[in-house]
Ligand binder design. Structure first.
Ligand code: SF4
Length: 374
């Protein structure tokens, strides 16, 4: 347990039992810092602007973190984006220090791609139920039991799990990469998010063996309540992140990663949108689409735990005070076992090369070897 005076909340998550094929309920914790007053907020932002210059640092923020951390990142020349663009931006930016506001795997990915840079995070205990639910020992045994399969893992995993993988994907490129692998004859071992894996399997028809993890936020969206909400808002389009259950995805007008949801909201012409993803996304959706109305998709309700609030408790651990503190002190530096870095980098580099080729209109499928090829 942490020693901080900030109140700690208990977070339940599932951890698959490979032998039994079921999940057991485990517990982790999160501490969500208090909101600063307007005066404190302004003073913290001034301090951070100064410290970023002083330490040659840049902010890299995820769409799910506090709006202050999104706005300040953009205002100071950093980025707010999904995990794929966070990785690419941090790698390509010349700053010597990256301040990653998100969850731990995002900081680790930045460090793997840029071992020479200092990577700081507001709170190193900000984790992810997908990462927690995919421990390396059990996952490695799962891979060993299926040596005929190409191992594809989601970005939300530890450096050790990445080092065990052939390919890394994020939700914005998973469909394209799995489709390319299927076209070259690969059978896939997929981890850790079962809903995203099921969605990709349905879309591509690939032969996929699934790990059984889930995101505690997206797993909570409810199809029955969503149908009721749709009836109350008949003009609304439904935008769904594919980490959500299949019955929720089935009600979607657009399914996509955080960037996919942003794109759909800009391209569709409806006045209202029901959004099934972390509510941190609402800040960017509203900023980019003035005049359009965005409504949170229903979760389990207001009476239960932090799992039911459509906001990741670990993303909520990031704060302005945390960013100022780590810049001032150099605390919370991400360290990755140097022995893991070269192996973990292989699947990440494959993903970045594939997505760069796609973006450039080049034949990205050519980067995927036929099964059995060297
Ligand atoms: S929102 Fe879900 S997938 Fe994203 S960091 Fe939180 S638990 Fe992990």
């Amino acid at each position: 347990m942490p020693t901080s005076s900030i109140p700690v909340i208990d977070v339940e998550y599932e951890q698959p039992q490979p032998a039994a094929g079921v999940c057991s309920t485990r517990h982790a914790w999160a501490r969500v810092p208090p909101e600063p007053s307007p005066e404190e907020r302004a003073a913290l932002k001034d301090r951070i602007r100064r410290l970023l210059k002083e330490y040659d640092a840049v902010m890299v923020s995820h769409y799910y973190v506090h709006p202050d951390l999104q706005d300040l990142a953009e205002e100071t020349g950093g980025i707010v984006s999904d995990s794929l663009e966070m990785a690419r931006f941090g790698h390509q930016h010349p700053a010597r220090t990256l301040v990653v506001s998100g969850v731990r795997f995002m900081g680790e990915t930045a460090k793997i791609l840029s071992p020479e840079k200092r990577v700081l995070m507001p709170d190193l205990d900000a984790t992810c139920s997908l990462d927690l639910g995919c421990p390396i020992d059990a996952f490695s045994a799962f891979c060993d039991a299926h040596p005929d399969r190409t191992v594809v893992v989601y970005a939300n995993t530890s450096a050790a799990v990445k080092a065990r993988a052939d390919w890394l994907v994020t939700s914005s490129c998973a469909l394209d990469i799995v489709r390319a692998l299927k076209d070259k004859g690969h059978k896939i071992l997929w981890a850790p998010d079962r809903h995203l894996g099921d969605y990709i399997q349905r879309e591509t028809g690939a032969d996929m063996l699934m790990w059984n993890g889930s995101c505690i936020v997206h797993d909570e969206f409810k199809a029955f309540e969503l149908e009721l909400l749709k009836k109350q808002h008949p003009q609304a389009k439904v935008l769904v992140h594919p980490e959500s259950p299949a019955a929720v995805i089935a009600l979607a007008d657009a399914v996509g990663s955080t960037s996919g949801i942003l794109k759909a909201a800009q391209e569709l012409d409806a006045p209202e949108y029901i959004v099934a993803t972390d509510k941190g996304m609402m800040h960017k959706l509203r900023a980019l689409n003035p005049g359009k109305v965005f409504i949170e998709a229903p979760t389990a309700g207001y009476s239960a735990t932090c799992k039911s609030c459509a906001h990741c408790p670990w993303m909520a651990m990031n704060s302005l005070a945390g960013v100022a503190h780590v810049l001032e002190t150099g605390a919370n530096e991400i360290r990755v076992d140097p022995a893991l870095i070269p192996r973990a980098r292989v699947p990440i580099d494959r993903m970045l090369a594939f997505t760069a080729a796609l973006k450039a209109g080049q034949p990205a499928g050519a980067l995927v070897p036929h099964l059995g090829a060297a």
